[in-house]
Design a protein around this ligand. Structure first.
Ligand code: DUC
Ligand code: ZN
Ligand code: ZN
Ligand code: ZN
Length: 485
């Protein structure tokens, strides 16, 4: 076979093992894996390096307006470039429907933001905040048919919260059409009640953000979301799990065979609520929802990552600059509820997970590949991505597992003016990222052209057909016939 490219001498990480050998690429796909492959119009020396599936970033806010209208700092160019420098070869940001908007129009808007700009392959998860009859019966099915097979809903924020009935409607539609519902699980009334009491006491500093969103608010909502999904036999993906209580509920549901999936994010492993109490307004840099917790939580979340409760570690990159365009759009010293929610970190997700996970001995290389890429490919239907196997897209990240260096803002290549990871010393960095066989980033330089990324039509989500269904409800409601016998 004549290879376009041979990556030789690296340690190849497949879903089941790691071994030293060569990878042959033809036409943007992986064509062969062998101990030695001759030829190749281009030969990439990977001696002493790890050859991993390119990361799939499954949670990022790119060129997205929040419900209050604030635009994220990164567009599809800077967002995808930053992701690529961080070892990713594709990503799935959100396309957000705000109330009154048609889903078709939302998709068109995000196509116009992504297609001319992205250097990586991309898809979107829809965010649904207005599940009208038309959205449920016409617009979502149309979106699923064009390969947008996942969407996020919120149990919190007045402008986003669907309520339990809305959740049931939407879970039912997802199940019928083979889509995966992602949920932001925090009890809206608990948070609002805490906010009102803190405001009445005049407690407005960033550190009160964490107090306003207690662990119980997350655990209660996760418990309820699992019950709602279970009632209609739907799968569910719980995003940004930040508490041991929440992760335990997920693990218990999984142990019962329910199709409940979850992710956590590096910020919950790396930082604590003490960071919200930095001097002046510095704590605003660490405001995200759910909020940062404590060191005992970090250990528990690592343990759930190791055990497989979390199928992905995603960045939740939500970039708002430390200025009037972002964190301080509502004034220079606003009360915590008026500060934009979110941390940047799309370039740090994998270096952090590698250093503190693999290099620190908490997870194996196979677990790293699963948490960074393969599981997202499987759950979100990127059928040709996420593994180094013949026939798959040549989406590859070559890592130097030995390199130790300090994180800088310049490493991020995003549109941000800070990184919460600044100054951390991390071991293991991606050096060369390929997407469909083309070099995107090599030796600290961007090689890819703006707009080269392609939309990926994703396959339906198919829950395990053996997953239990509440049997007394299923026949009466007659849903899900298309995907369950
Ligand atoms: N949820 C997210 O997923 N990201 C930022 C803020 C939020 O509420
Ligand atoms: Zn969220
Ligand atoms: Zn998010
Ligand atoms: Zn640079």
């Amino acid at each position: 076979m004549e290879f376009d490219t041979v990556i030789h001498g690296g340690t190849i990480v497949t879903p089941t093992e790691s071994w030293q050998g060569d990878l042959g690429l033809v036409g943007g796909r992986i064509a062969a894996l062998a101990e030695r492959l001759p030829g190749g119009a281009r030969r990439i020396d990977a001696t002493g390096r790890l050859v991993l599936p390119g990361g799939i970033e499954a949670h990022a806010h790119i060129a997205q307006e929040s419900s209050s209208g604030l635009m994220s700092a990164d567009d599809y160019y800077t967002g995808s470039v930053s992701a690529a420098f961080g070892g990713n070869s594709s990503f799935i940001p959100f396309a957000a429907q705000h109330r009154g908007q048609s889903v078709d129009a939302v998709i068109e808007t995000y196509d116009s933001r992504a297609a001319p700009n992205s250097v990586l392959d991309y898809s979107y998860h829809l965010i649904i905040s207005d599940p009208t009859e038309k959205v449920l019966t016409e617009e979502l099915p149309r979106a699923f048919a064009r390969g947008i097979t996942s969407f996020k809903v919120f149990m919190t924020y007045d402008l986003m919260n669907l309520g339990d009935r809305g959740m049931l409607d939407i879970l039912t539609v997802a199940r019928r059409h083979g889509a995966l519902t992602m949920v932001h699980a925090e009890n809206n009334d608990m948070v609002k009640w805490m906010n009102a009491r803190l405001a009445a006491a005049g407690l407005a500093a960033p550190k009160y953000h964490a107090i306003s969103r207690p662990a119980l608010a997350e655990a209660e909502a996760i418990n309820r979301a699992i019950a709602l999904a279970r009632l209609v036999g739907a799968g569910l993906f719980i995003v940004h799990v930040s508490t041991p209580e929440g992760a335990d509920l997920v693990a218990r549901a999984q142990a019962c065979g329910l199709p409940i999936h979850a992710e956590t994010c590096p910020q919950y492993l790396a930082f604590t609520r003490a960071d919200l109490d930095r001097p002046g307004m510095e704590g605003a840099k660490y405001i995200c929802s759910p909020p940062l917790r404590d060191t005992a939580t970090q250990a528990a979340l690592w343990s759930h990552a190791r055990r497989g409760t979390f199928e992905s570690v995603s960045s939740d990159h939500a970039p708002y600059r430390f200025d009037a365009s972002g964190k301080f759009a509502n004034g220079a010293e606003p009360a915590y509820p008026a500060i934009a929610n979110g941390l940047p970190g799309i370039a740090m997700r994998l270096p952090y997970l590698f250093s503190e996970g693999v290099a620190a001995g908490r997870i194996s290389l196979q677990q790293f590949a699963a948490l960074s890429s393969s599981n997202a490919a499987r759950l979100f239907g990127m059928e040709r991505k996420g593994a180094l196997l013949p026939g798959y897209d040549a989406d590859i990240a070559i890592w130097n597992p030995e390199e130790t260096r300090e994180v800088t803002l310049a490493d991020q290549h995003d549109a941000m003016d800070y990184t919460p990871f600044e100054g951390m010393r991390l071991t293991g960095w991606p050096e060369h990222v390929l997407s469909r066989g083309e070099t995107v980033v090599e030796a600290g330089e961007l090689k890819a052209a703006r707009g080269r990324g392609r939309f990926v039509a994703r396959a339906p989500y198919r829950p395990d057909p053996n997953a239990p269904v509440e049997p007394e409800l299923d026949p009466a409601l007659n849903f899900g016939a298309e995907i369950r016998p």
